[in-house]
Write a protein that binds this ligand. Sequence first.
Ligand code: ZN
Ligand code: ZN
Ligand code: FE
Length: 760
Amino acid sequence: MERLRISIHGAVQGVGFRPFAYRLAAALKIRGWIRNTPQGVLIEAEGPRQELEQFLSRLQKDRPALASIHGLETVYLDPMGYEAFSIVESDASLESSVWIMPDIATCGTCVSEIMDPRDRRYRYPFTNCVNCGPRFTIQEGIPYDRGSTTMRAFRMCGECRAEYEDAGNRRFHTEPNACGRCGPQLELWDPAGKFLAGADQALERAAKELREGRIVAVKGLGGFHLMADARNGQAVRALRERKHREEKPLALMAPDLEWARRLCAVSEAEERLLASPEAPIVLARSRSREIAPEVAPRNPYLGVMLPYTPLHHLLLRDLGFPVVATSGNLLDAPILIEEREALAKLGSVADFFLVHNRPIARHADDSIVRMIAGRPCLLRRARGYAPIPFEVPSALPSVAAFGAQLKSAVAFSRGGEIFVSQHIGDLGNSETAETFGMITERLPRLLGLQSEIAAYDLHPDYASTQAALKSGLRGVRVQHHLAHVLSCMAENEVEYPFLGVAWDGTGMGTDGTVWGGEFLAVEETHWKRFASFRRFRLPGSERAVREPRRIALALLYEIFRDEMEKQAPEGPFSKEEKEVLLEIIRKGLYSPYTSSVGRLFDGVSSLLGLRQKASFEGQAAMEVEFAAEESSIEEAYAFELREEEILRIDWEPVIRAILEDRKKGLSAADAARKFHHALAEAIAAVCERAGLARVVLSGGCFQNKLLAEKTIEILRRKGFRPYWHQRIPPNDGGICVGQVMETSRVCHPKQAEHVSCGPG
Ligand code: ZN
Ligand code: ZN
Ligand code: FE
């Protein structure tokens, strides 16, 4: 028995949606309720898993003809024990009414119009209606009307105006309403910005160039994509070389669902996501040989999305094959949104630029979702989802939460809602940091929010921390891993007390060392670090992150110390390199201690011979996961638990066993599998010692499907209640949400007299 909360926004009121949901629930014997909200409806449905899935799918498929769903998000929660299904009156006082709507993928009706030669919008790439089209990425101010969007410069022609003013028309008050006569236009440029073709010729020519292996920068909804024929290894290689992106997987856009099925093994839930109004990138198992291996080297998954604007629909229809559609940016810079800047930055990457004159008000990357234990889990929350708030059951102070450093995002709270910004990116990049500054300043204004408290990370060097300190607001510092587990607690509405498992790459601990393999016992008013991994050094700090072999060496050093020469395996180093590294490890120079599980994965990746140097963050760990997926053995290595000042999980027996196994010739896949199992078992063992029934799993390591699913399985078998991420990313993109929650805890009126929320 599970409870599924479904938030739907769209045109679902006054069209018989509630009675329809009621009848459907009755037919499936589902209990719960439905009520209207200012943006749509909210449903809670309780029943067995299979019925819930059916309910969800039929809510969308069989909905009343006039109902249109602009967005749908789900979260599985603990059952409440509802006895019947009812239609309840909404409590208007609890709701906020102003929302900035996210962008909506082109609806079926608009797609048929642009494909119909008799329609006046035939092949018009900026077609939209009240049920689809740009919102968040064109809106500059409130209230939402044409004058406050980037469509302001386009004057509607007579026909468009008539549609806009006709209450019976699908385009009644559709702010970005446009047609080929009055709306934005396409142009194809060369890398010098010279005009080559306009309107339909631009589209046809772009398709021809893509077909011939050229790279085209395409201005879309929330920024530029770089596109290339995904079947053409040479084209994809050229794109990688020019973009200096060695191996990080590239996202694909498939022409239609049929094609997506051909490329990947997609479940019904994954199909639903692909075809949803949010149209995210779905990570699914690849099953096609048609795609060039260069798209996702040594990676059994593909990130696939479907066309979500009329421009994409037309282009992909003309092509008839999948294209790489990766963010138009350089390295960690933000996705480009402006033509002139795109020419300047991507002039040496793209052969052609397919652009248009509808300005993009703010960037929105493609969102990314992966199914974890049968539920969607957003790994990147951006286009289609941002800035929909998510609700928490208690009143929150007005907080601006500045997030972390990598995969940054910010959050703002009001009442019982947390508004999370779109994914911003790595603040180590100065342009990304600039975008971050802009969003933290403008987004609350757009949402009509006034913050009173700034929440930020303990790490003094994070650009987000510095921005928070400059904000002039009184501040609350929030430990990184506490923020991780509180973000997961919040979205799953977990009750206190619980054990939070926060495993990631890095985060500053309260003791000034680098944490990343943490178990936090969290109660209503306080928390403590209950357990952690044995520490090891990161030789060369940042460089150790890029070179998993350095971590392997550091692990071996902790085990063998003065016996390194005699006992430890050679390793992928020259004699000199090794001596220098051992020297800095011994002396602790530029080699901070860490308890990070992400780094432990890196070290294991090196010891298994999978990866010695990583070309992007998380690569080494991912390859351990993929290797483990190849194996089906049941055995596990065993970590040792030791009572010290806190409970320590010692990896030494695991590393020793890996060395033994490798000597005996056990495959890397089998060893990687045993390592995964050992980690999941270690979580269960710590849980048994902590004696807390509820276990919250967070941090970047739980993007690892095998690790997450194995852990969930073992915890359930042993009678624990595991919770994992659904709408909020497990990675640092979710930190801002946890920061809001902790601020709410320490500044709660109940505790106001005990806790000061002063600076620092
Ligand atoms: Zn439409
Ligand atoms: Zn028009
Ligand atoms: Fe983290």
